[in-house]
Write a protein that binds this ligand. Structure first.
Ligand code: FE2
Ligand code: FE2
Length: 474
């Protein structure tokens, strides 16, 4: 179970036992490192960063913290241990042993699932590559880099599966993962949210709270997969994902904390005044929530989807916590509620449960997202202020599925295009909002110092103090 760091590619999959595969991945490795130096965190090449590195996939001791020179981070291939006698938990193959190899008839769909997941990993690194230049503290800079190196490792996780199980087309897909670029008009990343910009730290924290959480739900669904190598590798990725969401939730909470302090100190809730005082006013923060949440909801795909049904029935992708759900795990007879707009009104219709699995996963995600917003509101309540943050209606600002193109206010009211246009500025970040947030961004790197617009965290990383030297700039 321990990871061999003596190898060129650290791994716990006995890579040296398969020389052809090892050579193929060692051939891909320089391309990955070139991609990292071209598209990875800007200006970080000489930094020693206090990073955690997996040394074992055993839950009790998989993390090891030390200062690591950034480009020398040891990206590798780590699968959770195989579970003996694991059987398929859902779909037409329910009860049969899980697969160690890809069944020919599911090859194309599995490859598509793995490539789509794999594509998001380098995309987020590309989206975040300039943020280090405007970090609000060393602590935050370290967290950014931790997220970035782990997303790089998640790419390795998917590329291993492609090389190991998909032959020549797998190798071609692995190359293409290094070629696409977030936001590139000619060769964009596959999914919409991963082509948006992450231009400032408020966007970064929103992204890691909302969009990394989409990652959690997609990975959870894949941990149920009948294709055991996919299940095992996504299980390990989830352990890393938890920290990314923590960075997002605590980052937003610290911004709220700081804004509330300034509101109290100056006895004002006037956004213009708060902007002059150098913090993010809460209505702007709400608009950022609305944007990142709605863009992320689209990542779950169409509400009614025959692909989703196929992926489930064939055992490729399960539901969130499939094993805990009390039903037949076949879903041939059941229905599931989905939203539709009929004659200008939102109604709940029943779709075949198999076809509504994207919607089901989206609903699980929504519950989880809401819990964090409630915790953010606690920060505001503790400051004695009335303002409350919320999640907009599920149909707000959607571009994919039955609600795409329908204009729906955050409160769920279906409106005309004219009504929408008249109020869009209240619901989504305006150019002025973005310019204000951008104007706050500056580089703070003295240990223990924080930018004016964000409160320090309660505690440091790995029991280190908040003013610990997380990054040595050399
Ligand atoms: Fe990831
Ligand atoms: Fe992540």
């Amino acid at each position: 179970m321990n990871i061999d760091y003596g190898e060129k590619i650290p791994n716990n999959v006995d890579l040296s036992g398969d020389k052809t595969l090892q050579r193929a991945l060692e051939h891909w490795q320089p391309g990955f490192l070139d991609w990292w130096s071209e598209m990875g965190p800007e200006g970080s090449q000489g930094f020693d960063v206090y990073l955690r590195t997996a040394v074992s996939v055993h839950p009790s001791g998989w993390t090891h913290y030390d200062h690591v020179r950034m480009p020398e981070y040891r990206w590798g291939i780590f699968l959770n241990p195989a579970q003996a006698d694991r059987t398929i938990g859902f779909g037409d193959h329910k009860g049969e042993p899980v697969w160690q190899d890809v069944p020919g008839e599911y090859r194309a769909n599995l490859r598509r699932i793995i490539v789509t997941q794999g594509d998001t990993e380098p995309a987020s690194v590309e989206q975040q590559r300039h943020l280090g230049l405007t970090c609000p503290s060393q602590y935050d800079l370290r967290n950014l880099f931790q997220v970035n190196v782990e997303e790089g490792r998640h790419l390795w996780a998917m590329v291993y599966l492609l090389h190991r199980h998909f032959g020549r087309d797998g190798r071609e897909e692995a190359e293409a993962l290094l070629q696409r670029r977030s936001g590139d008009a000619d060769n964009a990343r596959i999914l919409g949210a991963f082509n948006e910009k992450t231009p400032d730290w408020l966007s970064f924290f929103m992204f890691t709270y909302f969009t990394d959480r989409d990652g959690k739900y997609q990975l959870c669904a894949l941990t149920e997969s009948a294709f055991d190598p996919l299940a095992r590798t996504t299980r390990f990725m989830l352990m890393e994902e938890a920290h990314h969401m923590y960075v997002g939730e605590s980052g937003v909470a610290r911004i709220i904390q700081r804004t509330c302090e300034v509101m109290q100190e100056h006895k004002t809730d006037d956004p213009a005044a708060l902007r002059r005082l150098g913090v993010v006013d809460l209505p702007t923060l709400q608009r950022y929530i609305n944007f990142h949440y709605s863009v992320t909801l689209d990542l779950f795909g169409a509400d009614v989807s025959s692909n989703a049904a196929t992926f489930y029935s064939t055992g490729l992708k399960g539901r969130f916590e499939e094993g805990r759900i009390q039903d037949d795990h076949l879903l041939k007879e059941q229905t599931y509620p989905v939203l539709q707009v009929v004659q200008g009104k939102l109604i709940t219709a029943q779709a075949p449960a198999l076809n509504a699995l994207n919607e089901k996963l989206r609903d699980d995600y929504i519950k989880d997202s809401l819990a964090g917003v409630m915790r953010w509101n606690k920060v505001i309540r503790r400051s004695g202020l009335e303002f409350r943050l919320s999640l907009p209606h599920k149909g707000f600002n959607r571009q994919i599925g039955a609600l795409a193109g329908v204009k729906i206010f955050p409160n769920g009211q279906v409106v005309s295009a004219a009504q929408w246009n008249a109020q869009e500025r209240d619901w989504l970040p305006t150019p002025e909002d973005r310019a204000h947030v951008q104007s706050l961004m500056g580089r703070v790197v003295e240990p223990g110092k924080f930018a004016n617009w964000i409160a320090p965290p309660d505690k440091g990383i790995n029991k280190q103090s908040v003013d610990f030297q997380y990054v040595r700039f050399n």
